[in-house]
Structure formats: structure tokens, C-alpha cells
Design a protein around this ligand. Sequence first.
Ligand code: PEP
Length: 251
Amino acid sequence: MRRALVVGNWKMNGTRDSISELLRALVPAVSHGINGVDIVVCPPSPYLTVVADAIKGCEIVLGAQNAWCENGGAYTGEVAPGMLVDCRARYVILGHSERRQQLAETDELIAQKFVAAQREGLIPILCVGETLAQRDDGHAEATVSGQINAVLTVAGVAAFERAIIAYEPVWAIGTGCSASAQEAQQMHAFIRTLIAGHDEEVAGAVQLLYGGSVNPGNAAELFEQADIDGGLVGGASLDAAAFIEICNSVS
Ligand code: PEP
């Protein structure tokens, strides 16, 4: 039985004040019980310890939005996986489409980051997904399998015993235009079958999240799909009431 997981990706948003305000609403709501769902929040790196302190003793878990593929050295501006652990992060988002597109991160670099993150004990949330042009050209599955295979080649299938995969169609991120539950389920089933080709047990256990304009109105239908184990939520995770409603949508 896979546990449900909802991850909030705050992206490059927030100030110490606005984050404190968000957590003042989130922490008590989670402490009063959101049944059967694990909740992770991923603030911008400078705020990791602020958030770690604020969620202490609460069931919310800390994640980061990125990490470098080495654990230290002359990489100005980058953040080492070990630093994230030191700041009490347990998860790290890797391969988000905004980084793939705007920072030209390749499948190979992301695979190296994945390995480095796991080496330090972090749980990678590997983001995969196709652009609209790739979908329209009939290349959605080939794109996603290429992104996952790059990690499988370097890390091996057993690495997915300690990792999450988030399917995030690029055309659905921040657009208000989510994939339909059927489209999302279809790709999640494809991903699970892809992993099963390497190891059925790992495929049955790996948590697959959907991301792309998840909101309180569409979360329940998405989350009730057989292969969708929760969500990676961007914009709506900055609104405490909406995020709590999304977490409560897990059946
Ligand atoms: C994301 O940032 O991963 C995301 C899915 O964003 P949004 O929910 O705003 O589409």
C-alpha cells in the first residue's frame, strides 16, 4: 500500500514575514490531523532553516527545490546536498521543468544530482514531463521515458526505492490548465510500467505524484486515479487554505 504524499513547491516566492504567516495557518491545520497523507513543503533555500524551526514537532516535512551534483567545492551560487541535510531537509526536487528549460539542465546533469542527493540521504523528487509541442507530436511518452531512463542508467532501479517521481506536463505548470485525470493517469501508468520493466516490486512501491495546476477543485479526481499517489503543488501551495484543502482531497 503506497502512502499519499502532497508536496508544496513554493518556487522563488516569499519573505520571512509571508512564510511565517503561511506556516501560522498550515502548522495548526496539520497538527489537528490530515489523515493518511504525508506533507512536504519546499521553500527557497535561504528560508530552509526558518521553515525547519517553524515546523519542528509538526508532521510537515522539509524539502528543498534543487541541489548541486557535488557535495562541496568551487561552485559559486550552488547548494550542496549535504547543506540541505544540515538545514534539516529530507526531500529535494530535481529536474523541475523550470530548471530544465530556463537553466538548460540536461537529463544527464539531473541524473548526477539525483545520485549526489541520495548519497547524502535526501529523497529526490524527480520531475519529468513533456512540452506541449512534444505531446502534439506524439512524443510525450518518449520524452518522459528518456528523462527516467537517464536516471535508471546512472542510479539503477533500486534507487527508486528511495525516490519519488513527479509527472509534471510542462504545458500544465502554472497555466491553470491541468491535465485531465485520465491523461494524468495514463502517463502515471506508463511510468509505473516502465519501472516494472526493471523491477516489479519497486514499481509497485514507488510514489508517483502529479503536478501541474493542481487546485482544490481538481485534486480529488486526480488523486483518486489508480497510479497517482498525490501531488506536487506550485501556486496553490502558497495559499494555506487551498493547500490544506488539496491535502484533504486525498481519499
Ligand atoms: C510546480 O511548480 O511544480 C507546479 C506544478 O506549479 P503549479 O501547481 O503552479 O502548476
